[in-house]
Design a protein around this ligand. Sequence first.
Ligand code: TEU
Ligand code: CA
Length: 551
Amino acid sequence: MSKVWWKESVVYQIYPRSFMDSNGDGIGDLNGITSKLDYLKELGVDVLWISPVYKSPGADNGYDISDYQDILDEFGTMEDFDRLLEQAHQRGLKIVMDLVLNHTSNEHPWFIESRSTVNNPYRNYYIWRKGQKGSEPNNWGAMFGGSAWEYDTATDMYYLHCFSKEQPDLNWEEARVRKSLYDMMTWWCEKGVDGFRFDVISMISKVQTFPDGKKDGGLYGNGWPYIMNGPKVHDYIQEMNREVLSKYDIMTVGEAAGVTLTEAKKYANTNGKELNMVFQFEHMCIDEEKYGKWTTKRYNLLDLKRVLSKWQTGLEGKAWNSLFFGNHDQPRSVSRFGDDRPEYRERSAKMLATCMHMMQGTPYVYQGEELGMTNFPFEDLTQCRDIETLHYYAELTENGIYSNDQMMDCIRARGRDNARTPMQWDTTMNAGFSTGTPWIAVNPNYKEINAKEQLERTDSLFYYYQQLIRLRHMNKIMVYGHYKLLLPNHKDIFAYKRNYYGKEWTILCNFSEQEVTCKYANLTGKKLIISNYEEHKKGILQPYEALVYQE
Ligand code: TEU
Ligand code: CA
């Protein structure tokens, strides 16, 4: 397996709006990030992925870009960005930009031109279709609820938007669109950024006949089979690779909703023709039900093991994995996959971190995960900010599918705002995030859960992450070792081995609050690598125990 820096790195994802506010307006910003670089260096991560900071009206917090080559005022200036990049590089930290190429903002000049007349030179930059019998061109639903088509009076036609109507999809069939995007990316590379995270890159090529999707009881047809991993997606990415990516030593990760193993082996093939790695979501879907993520269903460990093992084994030697349990679109990992009750929170978070960081792939730490930040106790919708949450609240309650209380239960369990509450730095006002009024409330548990407290306590979760990251830097087995699942049918234990040039590590994780017997839990004659317990019991894993040893 070829060895490269982005396989040996640990990535830290920053959601700028919620990371650190430097000027008291309640919104995190670039200077705030710069002020915390030493904190990130102390944690030991190598790469910072920064969610979008470009000009944007903010319908989807920056995932609706109106100028790819400028910075949103709320986040600062291009000078602030340049300083962040330089300060990061001085500390040996790399910066990966989050690029949204599937769609722009409806306030992007291209779209303003495009919608004006059918003959406008930018008309074809977006996807316009005539209505059918006075309604939408087809029955596709959008990711954030409602139809995927929006009617525009100016030309009496509809445009496609896979997300909100403020996010019209770009038409990748149009060569000038692709050229414009490649030029823009080259500009960022020349500036010295270290890579890109490509938002929903699996969705850029649509089946051009735009057929109706199957209706399985939902309000809209399922268009995703005609959108995800579409007919020309690999041609486009290969072109982008030839035109831009291959010319720079950068890291590229494709967010690939709906990606299958077969597709992933194309996107992230080791032949280097497309991207370095994919961010796949199969393990993020194991707790979905009839209305998708809007449920309070708890996942089953057997499903988690099956899915993650499938990706571990399936990509080995052929493509490269990203490893994550949370991001800015997902609930907090300790609340979802661990146990966020005070007596178990830190222990189970350490166990989850062990389970993930010991796998093959590049691990991603989402801001606050290293502190064990938890979901937020949302009581009513006025506390929510996320466009997806607000849209689905309306859609599911107005159609009588959920009551207010049921929907609030779902939001507490799954809403994206859980991950977007401000970073908890210390016990001062607003958890030290801002001296003003934060744009979204701080989690009331910040007095117990914050960076300052953890930096002062040697057995904290923060230092446990630091230890895991150091281990990865020192042990190639953690990066490249062969993965083999143990005890596949055990309902409480996630156990596996890694092998690398005659070395063997055993990883044992107890996902339950009970003690469980485990024949592998025996340190006699073994070298302990890391554990979240000081004392060990032979043949037993204690509640949420994680244990890694070398044969
Ligand atoms: O997310 C794409 C995506 O598939 C997720 O939206 C996911 O389906 C959803 O968040 C589940 O709740 C990316 C970004 O990460 C997200 O923040 C953006 O809202 C979205 O694209 C549109 O750009
Ligand atoms: Ca600010």
